[in-house]
Design a protein around this ligand. Structure first.
Ligand code: NDP
Length: 242
């Protein structure tokens, strides 16, 4: 068992991943951008499962902030064994109307944030000669989605980064994989208008949105000893959408 960092662990999918990895016996760092009270509540739930857990606020798109956070984690808890790049945002809009700032913000947080964390944590894992990285991408990055050119570019980019990092870190025994969720019930999808949500359900073979815990199970599998020879892969967990 080791230390697991879950970015964006204060709510939704990230919170479910933090709880699930704590259940598996890992110590947890619950990262968030601003909702530190929620992150602290998730950390408390993890501690109740018998592991060490800390809530920490930093912006994953800020390289220096990631460096500082990782130095603190190393000093107080140890070298991370698992990194889950889950932090993400949406700033939807049709491509021809999208503002430059909308595009840049999503790339900066969703794509560069994952790079920052993989680069810095990857270096620590390489020295330790062990580690598991799981990147939360999206079916949007595989199939495209009208209104999400920024998000789809970031999520497709994460898949390319996953494959590359798998090749660069494999020699040190580190696996790097991605999970691509379809529609999952969280605050992110609550914002989507009801007619679009209902239309989306008709496209899903299982006829419903997924639960955050259903993504957490896939992440826990990829981070477990059941998945020691799987690397560079993207596991789609979408109830049969694409
Ligand atoms: P939520 O909007 O519910 O939660 C987002 C999380 O990311 C929060 O913990 C938030 O922290 C954190 N976050 C946002 N920006 C930053 C930042 N700059 N630095 C650190 N943390 C940040 O999202 P979901 O749980 O729905 O989604 C989680 C991941 O899964 C995302 O990457 C998303 O793209 C992906 N995904 C979600 C799908 C869905 O249907 N919900 C489908 C496919 C993929 P805070 O609480 O402080 O704001």
């Amino acid at each position: 068992m080791g230390i697991a960092i879950v970015t964006g662990g204060s709510r939704g999918i990230g919170a479910a991943i933090a709880r699930r990895l704590a259940q598996a016996g890992h110590d947890i760092v619950v990262n968030c951008a601003s909702s530190i009270d929620k992150a602290e509540a998730v950390a408390a739930e993890c501690r109740a499962l018998g592991v060490r857990a800390a809530a920490m606020q930093w912006d994953v798109s800020d390289h220096a902030a990631c460096e500082k956070a990782l130095a603190e984690i190393k000093e107080k808890m140890g070298v991370p064994y698992i990194l889950v790049n889950n932090a993400g945002i949406t700033r939807d809009g049709l491509m021809v109307r999208m503002k430059e700032a909308q595009f840049d913000e999503v790339i900066r947080i969703n794509l560069k944030g994952a790079f920052n964390m993989m680069q810095l944590t990857g270096a620590m894992m390489m020295r330790a000669k062990q580690g598991r990285i799981v990147n939360i991408t999206s079916v949007s990055g595989l199939a495209g989605n009208a209104g999400q050119v920024n998000y789809c570019a970031a999520k497709a980019g994460m898949i390319g980064m996953t494959k590359t990092a798998a090749k660069e870190l494999g020699a040190r025994g580190i696996t790097v994989n991605a999970v691509a969720p379809g529609w999952i019930d969280t605050e992110m999808t609550e914002k989507v208008p009801e007619d679009i949500r209902e239309g989306a359900k008709k496209q899903i073979a299982l006829g419903r949105f997924g639960k955050p815990e259903e993504i957490a199970s896939a992440v826990a599998f990829l981070a477990s000893d059941e998945a020691t020879f799987i690397t560079g892969q993207t596991l789609v967990v979408d109830g049969g959408l694409i």
